[in-house]
Write a protein that binds this ligand. Structure first.
Ligand SMILES: [Zn+2]
Length: 281
């Protein structure tokens, strides 16, 4: 069982090309694909990935539409089965989004089958511990739904909103929040370890931090194994950050680490299956 918990998808090749090219031009970050659902499906088959969590987000004025598209492609139609039942839709909200208030949007998309929330405090420009977000965390705890947050350095710019320590106040107030810190804290390793120790329920994804690509924050083999052993393999989930990364190569890298077969199984899929309640889907 392999589950990729960190996948961005784009509705069309044109949109995908625009997004990845813009980021490449602005930040000098290369990409692997334009990231349409069919592109990813091919990669899923090639890498034996069973399920993927869609954690796309969009600018505030397009967020609502993007959420609608994300849930729509994973939902069965009136007389037809879902086109992409292997995708687990997370939606995104932001305090400044157009069209709906964050909790209203969550309520609305719950009926459409959303399975969790993704936020990117750096790109969406808000502090995760801003009190404006309290009603969102309260709602998630009430519905026992997970939240993935970007954490750590974003592309090439550091931001205080991405620092894992910004979650301490949130977790003190919402100890049952099912939080996934993406990228293992991407560069802020001391803060990652502090959170891991203080809040044993928090989970982490490997995207960029443990990858075949060589980003400034990518860990080498010894560092990756050390971090996994310190936090515990039962708290870490494989995520690729597709379409910037080829998931097959990330899986190969994780399989090559000096870890037990059991540790690798947990990281590559079993932890996600349990934490995200995917057995029923
Ligand atoms: Zn990402």
């Amino acid at each position: 069982m392999i589950i990729d918990v960190h996948v961005h998808l784009h509705p069309t090749e044109e949109v995908g090309k625009m997004v990845v090219e813009m980021i490449k031009e602005k930040h000098g970050v290369g990409y692997y694909s334009y990231g349409t659902p069919d592109d990813y499906l091919k990669d899923m088959k090639a890498a034996n990935i069973d399920k993927a969590v869609i954690v796309s987000f969009a600018p505030d004025n397009q967020l609502k539409n993007n959420n609608f598209w994300t849930v729509a492609i994973t939902r069965p139609g009136k007389n037809q089965s879902a086109k992409y039942p292997m995708f687990i839709p997370f939606i995104s909200v932001s305090p400044n989004m157009s069209g709906r208030k964050p909790v209203e949007e969550l309520e609305h998309k719950l009926k459409w089958g959303m399975r969790g929330l993704k936020i990117h405090p750096v790109a969406q420009e808000f502090a995760p511990d801003d009190k404006m977000m309290w009603s969102v965390y309260e709602w998630l705890v009430k519905h026992d739904l997970p939240i993935t947050t970007h954490s750590g350095v974003n592309i090439d710019c550091k931001s205080e909103f991405g620092e894992p320590k910004r979650w301490i106040n949130v977790l003190d107030n919402f100890p049952d929040l099912k939080l996934i810190l993406a990228h293992l804290g991407n560069g802020f390793w001391d803060q990652t370890l502090e959170i891991a120790e203080k809040f044993p329920k928090v989970m982490f994804d490997t995207a960029i931090a443990i990858s075949y690509i060589n980003a400034p924050t990518t860990l080498d083999d010894a560092e990756a194994v050390d971090l996994i052993r310190t936090i515990g393999s039962e708290r870490i989930m494989f995520g690729s950050d597709y379409p910037w990364v080829n998931p097959a190569k990330d899986i190969e890298r994780i399989k090559s680490l000096d870890l037990s077969e059991k540790d690798k199984r947990l990281i590559l899929g079993e932890n996600a299956l349990k934490f995200l309640n995917l057995n029923k889907s």
